[in-house]
Design a protein around this ligand. Structure first.
Ligand code: ADP
Ligand code: PMV
Ligand code: MG
Length: 313
C-alpha cells in the first residue's frame, strides 16, 4: 500500500514573528502543494530530491554521508515519524519549491509526514489532531514557534489566529507572491528576534503590540474586501518587521519600489532573511518580483487543508 499526503503551502498575510509572542496573525493556504508518500520498507528511508547539502563528508569505505547537516535537515521528518510510530517505511517528499522559503515548507513536511504515516499505520487522525501533533513536532525541532503554519496547513483556508482561537476569514482579495533564496532558516531568524527581545524588551513589546493592532484591523478590511486599506497595512507590517531585523536590503528595495509604483500593498511573508514576498494583485506586481529575481508561485487561496489518499502498489 502507498499512502500520499498532499499539503497546501501557506502565506502569512499579517503577524509573523509577533504571533510567536502571543499576538494575532492571519495565514492562508495557497494552491502550491508539498506531497509526502509513505510505502512499505525493510528500514526507514527518506527520499527528498529538493534537499541539498552544502558540502559533504563521506566515509568512502561504505559511502556513508557523515555530516550533522543531514540529521539537522531531516530533523522535521524524523521527529514526525517518531511522533507516530516505529514501523520502518520509505518516505518520499516532493516539494514545488526549494526548502526554507517562508512558505511553511517545514510545517508541510511535518503535517504531510504525520498524516501519511499515521494513515499508513491505520490511525485515523482528525485535521485538528494532525495540527496539534504537528505543532508539537515543529516546536520540538525548532525550540520556538507558533501553531500558525502547522494549523493552517492542516485545517486549510484563511485563518485568524487570536489567542487560543482560530477564526476562518472570507475575502475576495487576491495576492501575487514569489520567493527569493534565503540566507538563514526560520529557526535561525526566530532566535535572532528573541535576541532583539532580550536586548530591548520595552521597544520589542511596542513593536509587536503595533503588529497585533494591524492584524485585527486588517481582518476587518480583508472581510470587507477593502484592498487599499489592506495594502496600506501590509506596508506598515513590513516596516515593523524591518525594525525587528528580519528583512534584507533587496527585499526592502522591492517593497519600497512596489509602493513607489502604486502597488497597494507589499510585505515579506514568513520567517524573513529573504524568502517570500507578497503583494496585492496589480499588473506590475509579478513583473516587479521577477525583475528582482523572485520565483513566482501560485498564490490563489486554497480552501482545504491536508488530504490523504491510499493506493495499492
Ligand atoms: N522538501 C523537503 N524535504 C525535507 N525537509 C524539508 C523540505 N523542505 C523543507 N524541509 C525542512 O524544513 C526546513 C526549512 O524550514 P523553514 O526555514 O521554516 O522553511 P519555511 O519558511 O519554508 O517553513 C529545511 O531546513 C528542512 O529541514
Ligand atoms: C516567523 C513565524 O511567525 C512564521 C514562520 O513561517 P515560515 O516557517 O518561514 O514559513 C514563526 C512561527 O509562527 O512559528
Ligand atoms: Mg517553517
Amino acid at each position: 500500500m502507498i499512502v500520499e499526503a498532499r499539503v497546501p503551502l501557506k502565506l502569512t498575510l499579517f503577524g509573523e514573528h509577533a504571533v510567536v509572542y502571543g499576538k494575532p496573525a492571519i495565514a492562508a493556504t495557497i494552491s502550491e502543494f508539498l506531497k509526502v508518500r509513505v510505502s512499505p520498507s525493510e528500514k526507514f528511508v527518506v527520499v527528498s530530491p529538493s534537499l541539498n547539502l552544502k558540502g559533504v563528508k563521506v566515509n568512502l569505505d561504505d559511502m556513508r554521508v557523515e555530516n550533522e547537516q543531514v540529521s539537522r535537515l531531516l530533523n522535521y521528518v524524523s521527529e514526525s515519524l517518531s511522533a507516530v510510530g516505529d514501523v520502518p517505511v520509505k518516505i518520499e517528499i516532493e516539494s514545488p519549491v526549494e526548502p526554507s522559503v517562508g512558505l511553511g515548507t517545514s510545517a508541510a513536511v511535518i503535517v504531510g509526514t504525520i498524516s501519511a504515516y499515521s494513515s499508513f499505520l491505520g490511525q485515523d487522525l482528525t485535521p485538528m489532531e494532525i495540527a496539534r501533533k504537528s505543532h508539537e513536532v515543529e516546536l520540538r525541532v525548532q525550540g520556538i514557534g507558533s501553531r500558525m503554519d502547522t494549523y493552517v496547513e492542516s485545517l486549510g483556508g484563511i485563518i485568524l489566529f487570536n489567542g487560543n482561537k482560530e477564526e476562518r476569514i472570507h475575502s475576495d482579495i487576491s495576492f501575487v507572491s514569489g520567493y527569493f533564496r534565503r540566507s538563514m532558516t526560520t529557526a535561525e531568524m526566530l532566535k535572532k528576534v528573541k535576541e532583539f527581545k532580550d536586548q530591548s524588551v520595552e521597544v520589542f513589546s511596542k513593536i509587536i503590540d503595533s503588529i497585533g493592532s494591524i492584524v485585527m484591523e486588517a481582518k476587518e478590511y480583508m472581510e470587507e474586501n477593502k484592498e487599499t486599506e489592506v495594502g496600506r497595512l501590509m506596508y506598515v507590517n513590513h516596516g515593523l518587521l524591518f525594525s525587528l531585523g528580519v528583512t534584507v536590503p533587496e527585499i526592502d528595495e522591492a517593497v519600497s519600489r512596489a509602493r513607489y509604483l502604486g502597488i497597494k500593498g507589499a510585505k515579506i511573508s514568513g520567517g524573513g532573511a529573504g524568502g517570500s514576498v507578497i503583494m496585492t494583485s496589480d499588473p506590475a506586481s509579478g513583473m516587479l518580483l521577477r525583475s528582482f529575481g523572485a520565483y513566482l508561485i501560485n498564490s490563489r487561496f486554497h480552501e482545504g487543508g491536508v488530504t490523504v489518499s491510499k493506493r495499492t502498489e
